[in-house]
Design a protein around this ligand. Structure first.
Ligand code: MN
Length: 294
């Protein structure tokens, strides 16, 4: 059974001790297995208090981030690239110290709208830096998930096939593809097939709606998505992402273009998301059984 996670920005815009407590307590109360903490500035997360709260509420954790334009590891500016590598190394240490098995997100370029395609030199530099990041993560038995996102958020990997190719080139045993239904809905011709073809390189999974609101209230065919995950025999985390102008992280909300209010009740949103996800997983499992509709 997949562990079910919820993104911290469904609950709180920051990670003060009060915000962390509220987000962790609420996630655990709804029955989630883990909370995903966005660590755009990994040095700003208080490890001691977060570890204590996770233990108190018996909740697991994952860590994600998107690099900024000033920490872009594809940049020709060596100061920027070096800063990016430092951010990633700090994030690996943070994830390790929090007890996470996953570091994921847009960790291979800036999370931004590029005005030109990726360059060969930028790509080579990214691969070199990620090899070192993966090696450090592997020492702590941590998977590194490269999140495939849409063309408005990176110029490096927009499709699952491009994610698989980048993983293969990096060649690290712990490099994985991280897929997200919101992005797949924009870029993939056939999301179900893309999941199946990613196969055992799939290491982390985000479920989000076409408008990033309530699951089932947009245009994504979740039945196909979960049948794909079932067929790929995906056993990793399935983490719910949703964003509304109701909960704002000044940096992340702007990067993601969260201008509209799609919900205001975090608890209702997240309770519904977990029930929806469990029902989809169960239905996909039944569809996969011999004699059932497959
Ligand atoms: Mn995502």
């Amino acid at each position: 059974m997949n562990k079910l996670g919820v993104h911290a920005l469904c609950w709180a815009g920051g990670w003060s001790e009060a915000e962390a407590r509220s987000a962790i307590k609420s996630s655990a109360a709804l029955g989630y297995d883990l909370i995903e903490i966005p660590a755009l500035d990994p040095a700003a997360i208080d490890v001691t208090s977060t570890v204590r709260l996770l233990a108190e509420y018996k909740l697991g954790v994952s860590v994600s981030l998107g690099l900024g334009v000033n920490s872009d590891i594809t940049s020709p500016d060596q100061d920027i690239a070096r800063r990016g590598e430092q951010v990633l190394m700090t994030a690996v240490s943070l994830a390790r110290d929090l007890g996470s098995n996953h570091l994921c997100g847009v960790i291979y370029s800036a999370m931004t709208k590029y005005m030109q395609p990726a360059t060969r030199a930028g790509r080579d530099q990214c691969i070199e830096i990620l090899s070192r990041v993966c090696a450090k993560a592997n020492d702590s038995h941590m998977l590194v998930g490269l999140e495939v996102v849409n063309r408005y958020e990176t110029n490096m990997i927009n499709t699952a096939a491009e994610g698989v190719a980048l993983c293969k080139t990096i060649g690290a045993p712990n490099a994985r593809v991280h897929l997200d239904t919101y992005h797949m809905n924009i870029e993939e011709s056939n999301p179900e097939r893309a999941i199946i073809e990613t196969g055992d390189r799939l290491g982390y999974f985000h479920i989000g709606e076409s408008h990033r609101g309530y699951l089932g209230s947009g245009s994504i065919d979740f039945k196909a998505i979960f049948r794909g995950l079932q067929q790929a025999n995906y056993q990793g985390p399935v983490t719910f992402e949703s964003f509304s102008s109701e909960v704002v992280n000044p940096q992340l909300s702007s990067m993601l273009g969260i201008w509209r209010n799609l919900w205001s009740d975090s608890e209702d949103l997240c309770r519904h998301a977990r029930q929806f996800t469990l029902a989809q997983i169960q239905a996909a499992a039944m569809a996969g059984k011999p004699g059932e509709a497959g």
